[in-house]
Design a protein around this ligand. Structure first.
Ligand code: CO
Length: 134
């Protein structure tokens, strides 16, 4: 069902500092910050030849990233995002296999203006999984 690794997301307490590390120390191509209020994050993408990193900083008081950063004050890997051909079909198959989908269970528009779903970390080895339609 899953295809390419679209991105690895890393939650960070300071987005500019994190972006500078990837840009100035590791020499990666780093995008401008983009606010996604409906997801409670500001993101920066680090473009790699074979995938991307998504650096996430909390945006707003309700941000789910805040809890993560309370547990991991210096930041850390937050989720993995895999591509799927058809998100509605993927959702049906996952639910049939007993996988829990987070939130209201319907796809939302992600950072790439494509529909995404988040799967419960307890169903995947304590790793939060995002699936994104190709
Ligand atoms: Co993501």
């Amino acid at each position: 069902m899953i295809g390419c690794l679209n991105h690895i997301a890393i939650a960070v307490p300071d987005l500019e500092q994190a972006a500078a590390k990837y840009r100035d120390i590791l020499g990666a191509k780093v995008s401008k910050p983009m606010a996604l209020p409906e997801h409670g994050v500001t993101t920066v993408f680090v473009e790699l030849p074979n995938t991307k990193l998504e650096l996430l900083e909390p945006l707003g008081e309700q941000s789910l990233i805040l809890d993560f950063l309370k547990r991991n004050p210096e930041g850390g890997v937050h989720h993995l995002c895999f591509e799927v051909e058809d998100i509605a079909l993927a959702k049906t198959k996952l639910l049939a296999k007993g996988v829990r989908i987070l939130g209201h269970g319907e796809p939302r528009m992600g950072a790439h203006k494509k529909p995404v779903l988040f799967l419960h970390p307890k169903d995947f080895c304590a790793t939060l999984i995002e699936i994104e339609e190709k």
